[in-house]
Design a protein around this ligand. Structure first.
Ligand SMILES: *[C@@H]1O[C@H](CO)[C@@H](O)[C@H](O)[C@H]1NC(C)=O
Ligand SMILES: *[C@@H]1O[C@H](CO)[C@@H](O)[C@H](O)[C@H]1NC(C)=O
Ligand SMILES: *[C@@H]1O[C@H](CO)[C@@H](O)[C@H](O)[C@H]1NC(C)=O
Ligand SMILES: *[C@@H]1O[C@H](CO)[C@@H](O)[C@H](O)[C@H]1NC(C)=O
Length: 467
């Protein structure tokens, strides 16, 4: 019995592929025989709960059709997705659906009556800028989950979003924003990351380190869409926006005119609907597989591509790596982001003339102000990136430090604390990005040089980030 669900699942996948092939064939015929728009004529609706009926034999054994929630019946009033959107814009909203394995395990857990812990990693869209009174997309998804899918008094969602923050910060510091026992994570960074291979690789580091958590969480990448730039609900909405640019206001309108970076209430609802629609498909799949009529399981042909395999495993090869690295062991990522206000706070392994400073307003620093003062921190690095958070200000007699790793003083970096701006804030500097994996010592030394016109030499370290 234990292996049959996956077999059935594969039946479903095959049936879907067959349906897709048939559809392609139909489209091919239509394209060839007529100048009509084929999509106007073909019903592409994948009525998957009824798909399994194709496998139902006319067995005489007693079987009661499982009672599925109404939202599983296509076209029912609860299937609001099919009336609010067309089949095309629903499928265009999914870039890659994945195997759904981890999510279906989560669904099984929720079906056993257990609560689900969700988390959000994202920028200002997730923070809710321009999202209206119903709040950002993740609150809408959570409410839907907690009222329609799997209500539970202990379901919760940790909103770890931070405005104007992208993958380079979160890949190291997500642990400071969402708890480690999270089971479902929404990652929304598409408008804060750049479209470069390096940015994609850093995004992958973030997602991998989430996937490596012992809870084996599901990660759902939510791609927002900005008129300014890049990407997600861009696919289903762009054709309409291009055909009628005045629609900008329906998707990006705010009290102050068009907000080119932040989708509004309409966009947040679309993101929520597209996500719950995918969840609905997976949930109904799990529920309809639980109880199928006897004799309805058709075995897939034996082949290497039909062997059972753990599709929830973290792939052993990164997106950007060559196949020849397939046998190398990828060190498991353990991003750290420790600050003077973490619990326990960041601790040096050595420090000469540096001290732990408690400044007014609950601000904490590792501080020094004498040129030549040195501080060392032990680091454990997997992927090779190290960065530092430190205070920048015009007012606090700030100077410079030089930092290096181990004895590699030649590759040292100068970091300047003083700046000519009114704000006194924590700033971040990426120090190195190609450090060999393993243990290292980071040393920083206060310099005699300074940019402070008052000649200050103080330096205040707030945190260190590594991955
Ligand atoms: C989730 O729904 C339950 C009722 O089923 C409610 O008690 C609980 O407060 C809700 N959780 C949140 C975080 O809103
Ligand atoms: C989805 O498609 C329908 C018609 O095909 C259209 O009226 C609607 O505006 C589309 N939705 C979006 C978000 O583009
Ligand atoms: C990986 O290692 C196995 C055995 O250790 C070997 O048979 C296989 O050829 C290797 N694959 C590659 C791509 O190097
Ligand atoms: C880091 O410093 C400690 C002493 O504080 C030393 O034992 C260790 O070998 C150093 N590690 C490296 C990689 O240099």
């Amino acid at each position: 019995m234990s292996s049959t669900p996956s077999l059935r699942r594969r039946n479903g996948v095959l049936a879907l592929s067959a349906a897709a092939l048939v559809t392609t064939f139909l489209l091919y015929l239509l394209f060839h025989d007529s100048p009509l728009y084929p999509l106007d004529k073909v019903d592409l609706t994948l009525r998957f709960p009824t798909l399994s009926s194709a496998f139902r034999s006319s067995s005489t054994l007693p079987w009661t059709r499982p009672i599925l929630p109404d939202y599983c019946s296509p076209g029912s009033p609860e299937d609001f997705w099919s009336t609010r959107y067309t089949e095309e814009n629903l499928s265009m909203a999914r870039s890659y659906s994945g195997s759904g394995t981890r999510f279906r395990h989560l669904v099984e857990k929720a079906m056993r009556g257990e609560p689900v812990k969700m988390g959000v990693i994202g920028g200002s869209v997730s923070r809710g800028r321009n999202s209206g009174t119903l709040g950002p997309y993740h609150q809408r998804i959570f409410r839907f989950w907690n009222t329609t899918f799997f209500p539970h008094p202990e379901n919760w969602l940790a909103d770890g979003s931070r405005p104007a923050t992208g993958s380079s910060y979160f890949s190291m510091c997500w642990g400071e924003h969402i708890p480690q026992d999270v089971e479902l994570v929404f990652v929304e960074l598409s408008i804060n990351d750049y479209r470069t291979t390096e940015a994609a690789s850093i995004w992958e580091t973030l997602v991998r380190s989430l996937l490596e958590l012992p809870t084996k969480p599901t990660v759902i990448a939510i791609n927002s869409f900005a008129l300014h730039g890049r990407n997600g609900i861009r696919n289903p909405t762009l054709p309409y926006l291009l055909a009628n640019p005045a629609l900008e206001a329906s998707l990006f309108g705010s009290e102050n005119g068009i907000d080119p970076k932040h989708i509004n209430d309409v966009g947040h609802q679309m993101v929520a609907d597209f996500t719950t629609h995918w969840m609905r498909d997976e949930i109904c799949r799990v529920m309809s597989e639980r109880d199928v009529p006897p004799g309805s399981v058709r075995k897939v042909e034996d082949n290497w591509w039909t062997e059972p395999i753990d599709l929830g495993a973290v792939p052993h090869l990164r997106m950007t790596e060559q196949w020849r690295k397939v046998n190398d062991t990828i060190p498991s990522l353990h991003p750290t982001c420790k600050s003077t206000s973490s619990r326990p706070p960041l601790q040096p392994s050595k420090g000469e003339e540096w001290y732990f400073e408690e400044a007014p307003g609950d601000k904490f620093y590792w501080s020094a102000s004498k040129p030549g003062a040195k501080i060392t921190f032990g680091l454990d690095i997997a992927e090779g990136r190290v960065g530092m958070f430190f205070l920048r200000s015009r007012k606090q007699w700030l100077g410079n430090v030089k930092c290096w790793l181990d004895d590699n003083v030649k590759a040292s970096k100068l970091v300047e604390g003083w700046w000519n701006k009114d704000e006194s804030v924590s700033d971040y500097v990426a120090l190195w990005s190609n450090v060999a994996s393993g243990k290292h010592n980071l040393t920083c030394e206060v310099q005699t040089t300074t940019k402070d016109p008052g000649g200050g030499h103080a330096f205040k370290i707030i945190g260190l980030a590594t991955v």
